[in-house]
Design a protein around this ligand. Structure first.
Ligand SMILES: [Zn+2]
Length: 652
């Protein structure tokens, strides 16, 4: 008596990807209640509602994308060929702050779902903002997903603070826990964008609800160096110390980890997501996945976000994984095709903690599968001698466009390359108009140095007036003598060694940007401490009272990045370096306060002394009053004002 079932796929080459790597040269797959009922020579045993003849086709598990930010499909191609920090902090994050709202996330996720289904992916592990929208959209598209709500130490598009984002994550997890296809998760972005407290709190939250914790780990050498410098150890032991592995961790990247760290990940039951394209594109390196596989780690493959890839094509990703392992290891036997396919299927499912229900075709697992047309020219001929040939074909020759049918949880999402759950045409129009808005935002921003400065973390605008007068000194003695006189009260003084980098722009109305590193010196000229600051000096002098110049508004920002970052981000037309020793005095004179700088130049004008006297005030009227006093102060110091001396003592 045949058993009723929903669907029977017949005459297929069935590549199960089970632990024994069973392949049925000509077999059937019976599906019922969303699960796989049986596989093999079983056609006569079932009475299906739907029979599909898969002659000339491979039936295999749907691919698992173990790490992505699917909604970033809406940002693909926005800014490319940039270093990770410039790309992330200069472009992605500012645009995200401006545009990432629930509608943006729904749009990007829908686009990503369409692409994933078309290219044979049935399950993905995600990390983004408004993750409830990703969950809703993926659920509506019929896909399976581990959705991680991002937690950051900075304000994010969906949370003003880390406490807010953690509360958001808790609410999200509580609401989605138990869904048949969506697994909610918490996603502290990375060790360098979180604090020890955040990592600990996220691990606790994940443990409390028994959900995964998704994080970027050891993506760049910079991150590892920073961890060694700040914590005295590499990334993995440090996050372990914060209790991260109390949770079930999905660790994306792991490009720069040593064998000991791999063992820690394995012992902690963590899964790794290898992202070959993203790591290459951002110049991060190549993760030692062959070694991880040898140690028995659960390593999956991910595309990372479509903004750093720039697509969600898992066929391309697993081919690259296999080829890279060979090229880097100078060993053609490294990461054979079968292993690469296992990473994109069964091991990937294990890596994201869904190994029990998906990742291979086995009775009892959910019916997440794809049908691939292997009758096209690039698959011909097909040899029968080597049972492993089918893996070579699928990894080295197959294209994602060969995927004809996609089923997830027993439901067809694509039949004969027609999408059944996502309206691609409607998405094209909406994505086009969103892209135009983002273009306009960036075009406007790129025209203004100030806007760019604000975009990377806020410049504090001082709506102030600054009066300033400069002089060249034959020797500092006259000034020092005057400072010792009764008429001038020295409130405090500091001695610095200063290194300035000035960026000048093609459009002089943009002003100039100064990156300054101050080394504080003690009385024996030893460096006591150091600090860095960024200053945008207004475009031009607003006015002059005789030789006293009036500037309006300078913008200060702490220089949290390297000069290299600012150079690549601001792309100045020219730059100049200035090095000097500065003695800085705060003085009171005639009831007003001034800064007196005696600068001994090192580069340029080596050995020359300059005097700069300045004061900041809050009104133009006050500036005018102070201009008279400042001139008097200069006369007392025996210096002659020279308005031809430029900012930083370099010709602009
Ligand atoms: Zn990522």
């Amino acid at each position: 008596m045949p058993i009723p079932c929903d669907c029977l796929l017949i005459n297929a080459q069935v590549v199960t990807m089970d632990e024994r790597y069973s392949v049925h040269a000509r077999g059937s797959v019976a599906i019922g209640g969303g699960s796989i009922l049986a596989i093999g020579d079983i056609e006569a045993d079932y009475e299906p509602n739907q029979t599909i003849d898969c002659a000339g086709r491979v039936v295999m598990p749907g691919l698992i994308n173990a790490h992505t930010h699917i909604a970033m499909a809406m940002l693909r191609g926005l800014a490319d060929d940039l270093r990770l920090d410039v790309w992330l902090l200069g472009y992605m994050m500012p645009v995200e702050r401006q545009f990432v709202r629930p509608d943006f996330v729904a749009l990007g996720t829908n686009l990503g779902c369409a692409e994933m289904i078309r290219s044979g992916t049935t399950c993905f592990a995600d990390m983004y903002y408004f993750e409830e929208v990703v969950a809703e959209t993926a659920a509506a598209a019929g896909l399976r997903a581990v959705c991680g709500q991002t937690v950051l130490k900075f304000p994010a598009p969906d949370a003003a603070s880390f406490e807010d984002s953690l509360a958001r994550a808790r609410e999200f997890i509580a609401r989605w826990k138990g869904h048949s296809r969506i697994v909610p998760a918490v996603a502290p972005h990375a060790p360098y964008t979180c604090t020890a407290e955040i990592l600990g709190a996220c691990a606790e939250l994940a443990s409390e609800f028994a959900v995964p914790l998704h994080i970027h780990l050891a993506e760049t050498t910079l991150e590892v160096e920073q961890s060694r410098r700040e914590h005295g150890m590499p990334v993995v032991p440090w996050v372990r110390k914060q209790g991260l592995f109390d949770a079930r961790v999905i660790a994306a990247h792991c490009v720069h980890i040593d064998e000991e760290e791999m063992r820690t990940l394995k012992e902690s039951g963590a899964g790794v997501a290898h992202n070959p394209t993203s790591n290459l594109k951002l110049g991060s390196g190549v993760a030692p996945v062959a070694k991880m596989m040898e140690l028995g780690l659960a390593v999956g493959i991910g595309t990372d976000g479509p903004a750093s890839n720039n697509d969600l094509d898992m066929f391309e990703e697993m081919r690259l994984a296999a080829l890279l392992a060979k090229g880097i290891g100078k060993d053609p036997t490294a990461l054979p095709a079968r292993d690469a396919l296992a990473m994109a299927t069964r091991l990937g499912a294990q890596a994201i903690d869904l190994g029990e229900i998906t990742g291979s075709l086995e009775p009892g697992k959910r019916a997440d599968l794809i049908v691939v047309d292997v009758d096209q020219a690039h698959h011909v001929p097909r040899f029968g001698r080597d049972p492993g040939a089918v893996y070579s074909d699928l990894v080295y020759a197959c294209k994602s466009t060969d995927v004809v049918d996609v089923m997830c949880d027993g439901r067809w999402l694509m039949r004969d390359r027609v999408l059944l759950t996502v309206d691609e045409d409607a998405l094209r129009g909406t994505a086009g108009s969103m892209a135009r808005r983002i273009d306009l935002f960036l075009i406007e921003r790129e025209q203004s140095v100030l806007q760019k400065l604000i975009a990377i973390g806020g410049a504090a605008e001082l709506e102030s007036f600054e009066i300033q007068v400069k002089a060249k000194l034959a020797s500092p003695d006259g000034v020092l003598q005057a400072l010792g006189s009764d008429e001038i009260t020295v409130i405090r003084s500091v001695h610095y060694h200063q290194y300035d980098t000035y960026f000048f722009f093609a459009d002089p109305t943009q002003g100039s940007l100064r990156y300054r590193e101050d080394e504080f010196l003690d009385s024996d000229n030893n460096v006591v401490s150091a600090r860095s600051r960024l200053t945008l000096t207004g475009p031009s002098r607003e006015a002059a009272f005789g030789s006293v110049l009036l500037f309006r508004s300078r913008f200060f920002a702490p220089a949290t990045h390297s000069p290299r970052f600012y150079r690549e981000y601001f792309r100045p037309a020219r730059e100049r370096e200035v090095e000097k020793y500065r003695r800085r005095f705060q003085v009171a004179f005639r009831g007003a306060r001034f800064w007196v700088h005696i600068d001994q130049m090192v580069n340029p004008h080596a050995g020359v002394h300059f005097l700069e006297v300045k004061s900041r005030t809050w009104s133009r009227r006050d500036a005018q009053d102070k201009a008279a006093i400042i001139t008097e102060l200069l006369t007392l110091m025996g210096a002659r004002p020279d308005e031809t001396i430029e900012e930083g003592y370099v010709a602009l």
